[in-house]
Design a protein around this ligand. Sequence first.
Ligand SMILES: Nc1ncnc2c1ncn2[C@@H]1O[C@H](COP(=O)(O)OP(=O)(O)OP(=O)(O)O)[C@@H](O)[C@H]1O
Length: 266
Amino acid sequence: MTTANTHTFDAAPAIEARGLTKSYGGRTAVADLSFAVHAGRVTGFLGPNGAGKSTTMRLLLGLERPEAGEALIEGRPYAALIAPMTRVGALLDAKAFHKGRSARGHLLALARSQALPDARVDAVLDLVGLSSVARKRAGGFSLGMAQRLGIAAALLGDPRIVLLDEPVNGLDPQGILWIRTLMKQLAAEGRAVLVSSHLMNEMAVTADHLLVIGQGRLLADCPTAEFIERHTDPAVYAATPQVARPALLEEAFMRLTAGAAEYSAH
Ligand SMILES: Nc1ncnc2c1ncn2[C@@H]1O[C@H](COP(=O)(O)OP(=O)(O)OP(=O)(O)O)[C@@H](O)[C@H]1O
């Protein structure tokens, strides 16, 4: 059944932040942040340590309340979503599971709490390559396995929007390649993927679009190729063959965020 409302929400961006503001103990973590994240592409969320990326993700997921502004998922605040895991899936903290449970037990408990079919558990275990260890205690998992389990949990509800906070942290090259391929596949299926990372080379080849923040403020919101062109030394950019330009992202990022690092040595 379609309603006028459904149509309105489908037209909304997958994710929208409008004037989001949050501080802790008088210190601003996110300041008047506005952006939209669209379906069908991987959006990289970049910023130096302490820039406010995780805080923004928690605000989007309704885990924190903003002092001002609003965070919308397909046009609604997270708290107003019906069956939220079927709308948005997130990996925030890979180790956020009951250590004594098996991987399958953890996912089954999650699925049942959201009235999702048990069959989804086996589907996502297979998708992330954990089927063979599904009955093993998740507490004994390596960081790479825990990341995969966290991604399985994020995808459990087959959501149209996926938020991943540093999903490649601690992964070996094979794992990093796997996540890159998965994120591109999710976007190609028409989903919105918002991913934070400090690995510039990885973001350069994965993200179609970048949101860059520093000290809680939006510094850039544009396609990755445009970001590199705009923020690289023009002479270096011109001298670099097109195929090698993704490697310039790190330099572009450093130039843009030079004044926005939370800590720096002098
Ligand atoms: N629960 C909290 N209590 C107090 N301060 C917090 C809390 N969460 C975040 N902050 C502060 O808010 C700012 C933004 O932190 P946040 O973790 O969102 O940044 P980040 O961009 O995700 O950083 P990183 O790249 O290091 O993970 C930092 O100054 C951090 O110390």
